[in-house]
Design a protein around this ligand. Sequence first.
Ligand code: 5GP
Length: 192
Amino acid sequence: MFEDSIIGEGEKGKLVIISGPSGSGKTSICNLLAKNPKIKQSVSYTTRKPRDGERDGIEYCFIEKSEFEKLVDENRFIEYAEYCGYLYGTSVSTIKEAIDNEEILILTIDVKGALQVIDKIPEAISIFINAPDDETLKLRLKNRLTDDDAVIDKRFIVAKEEMEYSKYYDYCVVNDRLDDAVKEIEGILNLS
Ligand code: 5GP
C-alpha cells in the first residue's frame, strides 16, 4: 500500500493503468476515452526527444536525463522505467491532484511501470490492451512504422514479451474494433 494512501476511503477519484504493446491501439483508445470530461490523461516525464507535433507539457514533459535523475532522488515519481533507452515516469503530484479533484486519471505506461503502481496502489484499476492476434499486431506495426523489416521484427518481439505481463492486470481487453474496445473499458469504469 502506498504511504499516506493516495486514494483514501470514500474518495471518488479513480486511477486507471492502461498498458499494451505498440500496435495494440492503446493510444487511440485512451484518446477516445479522454473525450469524457471526467477522464484526464496523466502527462508523464520523459528523457526522449519530442516527435513531430508533440508539445512540451501536453503529450509529455520533456526533460534532460540529469533533471529526471534529480526527480528520482527527490522521490517525485510514483513509478518510472526505462523503455527503448529513454526514461519515463509518472509524478506523485499528478496522481494526488487528480484524486483530490475526483477525476478518473489514466496512466498509459509500460508494463514495468504498471507493476510498480499496482504494487503501491492496489486500488488502481489495471487494464491490458491486446491486438486480436499476432498477424493483426504485425500488420498494424507494419502499417504504422516507416521502419524496415528488422525494426518491425524487433518491435514484434518486444510486444510478445510485454504480453507475458498481461496476467498481472485486472482486465485484458482485446482491441479488434476500436469502438468496441472503448465501450468495454467504459463498462469496466462504470461510465456507460
Ligand atoms: P512513446 O515513447 O512511444 O510515447 O512511449 C513508449 C512507452 O513508454 C509506451 O509503452 C508508453 O506507454 C510508455 N510510457 C509513457 N509514459 C510512461 C511513464 O510515465 N511511465 C512508464 N513506465 N512508461 C511510460
